[in-house]
Design a protein around this ligand. Sequence first.
Ligand code: HEC
Length: 144
Amino acid sequence: MKNLVLPVLALVFAVVIFDIAYSELDIKSRPSVHTCSGECYQDYVAANGTIVDQQRAAAEAAALASPAELGRQAYASCQACHGAGGEGGIGPQLQGRDAAFITQALTAYKNGETRGARSNIMWPSAESLSARDIENLAAFVETL
Ligand code: HEC
């Protein structure tokens, strides 16, 4: 009997350590699902709506937003080179250009065409733009 004490103690110790470690376990790449459940989750839903409600609201807001507004958001990735107000920098000034010009230029870059000597700088920025993105960006640049 006596020689069982140590293994049993070791087992209890291991279980306790595992339990503590597991409950604290925070898998960074995934949202923690066990930290807010029951009442906590109900409070969260009352205050913010369910995840589905939130996604629906975001989709509705995006659908209602004007092309220029959506373009303003998309322009965040262009600012570093073209300036916050389209005044230019690494890239040429966009301020004062009309939507047709922007659409034509972006479509050309998207298709890998060479416009100016530094077109290769624009290819990566333009290649992932959809026709709708280009329309929105053009609408926004016109407002600058
Ligand atoms: C890494 C810097 C960089 C980023 C980011 C960038 N551009 Fe450019 N852009 C340039 C350069 C450099 C040129 C000149 C290319 C050439 O010589 O054809 C250019 C050219 C252009 C032109 C043509 C201007 C003209 O006068 O012919 C338009 C329109 C344009 N960019 C829009 C955008 C938009 C919209 C975005 C964001 C989606 C963007 N750019 C992101 C650097 C950049």
